[in-house]
Each structure stands twice: as C-alpha cells, then as structure tokens.
Design a protein around this ligand. Sequence first.
Ligand code: ADE
Length: 242
Amino acid sequence: MQFDVVTLFPEIIENYCNSSIIGRANKLDIINVNTINPRDFSKNKHKRVDDTPYGGGAGMVLMCEPVFDAVNSIKEQKNSARILLTPQGKPFSQEMAIELSKKNQIILICGHYEGFDERIRQNINAQEVSIGDFVLTGGELPALCLIDAVSRNVEGALGKIESAHEDTFSDGFIEYPQYTKPYDFEGYKVPDVLLSGHHQEIKKWRREQQLLRTLEKRPDLLEKVKLTKEDKLFLDKHIKQK
Ligand code: ADE
C-alpha cells in the first residue's frame, strides 16, 4: 500500500509514520509513505505557495499551481484513490478505512492556511473527506488519521489481523471490554466468566457486552447492523428489565 501525501509540512507526516505500529509497517514495506511538498514546485523566487484572497478578507489562500504540479508529479498506479482533506468532505468512517485498504495507492492532498483556491477542489479529481465537524489548521492530522486507520486493515500491518477484526466498528458494534492481570486491582475485579475457561460462555458474554455497550453509547449503530434472533431476544429482555 502506497501513500503519497501532498503537504507543506512533510516532517509532520514522516515523524508519525516512522513511529509505533505504523512505523513498523513502514519499515517492513507493508506500507510505504511518500511526501511531496508543493513548495518544491513553486515558481516564485521566494518559494511562496499562498497569496491573499481575491475579493479581500483575512488570511492566505493556497495557490493552484504548486498543488496541481505536486499532484501531477506523482506516478499514479492502477487501483488508486485521490483524497482531498477538508472539513466540507464526506465524514470518514471505519467502513471507508476498510474499503480504502483494498487500494494499491492513496494520494492525500492536505490544505493549509485559511483554505485553498476553489479551483483545486473543482479540478483535482479527488474525493473530499473530513475527519469530523471541526476545523483544524491543516490537513496533516486528518491525513495521518486516514493513513493510520487504513494501514491497520492492511494484511500484516498489525501483529495479528484478528486484532483488527475485533475492533470497535469493524462489525458495526462497539468493542467488548478487555481485561488483563492483575485479577484484583484495589478491589476492582475481572468478571469471573473470563476466568472460567468456558469458551462458549465467554463468547456469549462478549457478544452481550457488545450489544449492551452499543445500546448505551451508540444506539444509532444498532439501526444499521444485522442482529441475530438471539441478539434481539437479549436486547428486548434487557430493555424490558430497565
Ligand atoms: N482540514 C481542516 N480541518 C479538517 C477536518 N476536520 N477534516 C479534514 N480536513 C481538514
């Protein structure tokens, strides 16, 4: 999986992508993160990439030409996606991360300053993606969120692919609770079922915990997931008991 990130701040991308689990995947060539700086494509003698907005107003606007030239310098592979990070975009989700993990290449375009020239949005031929309803100073953190969430679904990036399969959202539910040693931490104990050695009981308890947590924290998700007959019976019983 190749990520090409068009950014004025390559060091932000490189620092993160050389650390921790993503750093290991990068070292093992499971993913490859490349940065392209529009400043290197500026034709201005001061290497400027931004200018004041037409019509007036505060702040600076990222110019078209260096961004188009940076994107056009990338060798596009088959099965690639172009993504422009912007708060106006489609909300990013686990579902999107899984879909994108099937691509060979993802080109990420980060804005900075007050915004970018509208002609970039209109003509760069990219999907617009947002990581939430808030405005950041640039697209670098959103690009990193996307790289991280996509990479952990690429085979071999995590120690064990199952650990991605059991995540919150990966099957549309919130994750079940996890515990490790000690059994008794200042009187707070691990649920006994997890020490029972009874795999069927543990599986059933985990499923019930997923259902309860999803009902409590994100009831909206229950509308979208497929519930089995047992799931429905359990939830109905729980709701009646309340
Ligand atoms: N750029 C600035 N804010 C953003 C956001 N919330 N999502 C994606 N890109 C952004």
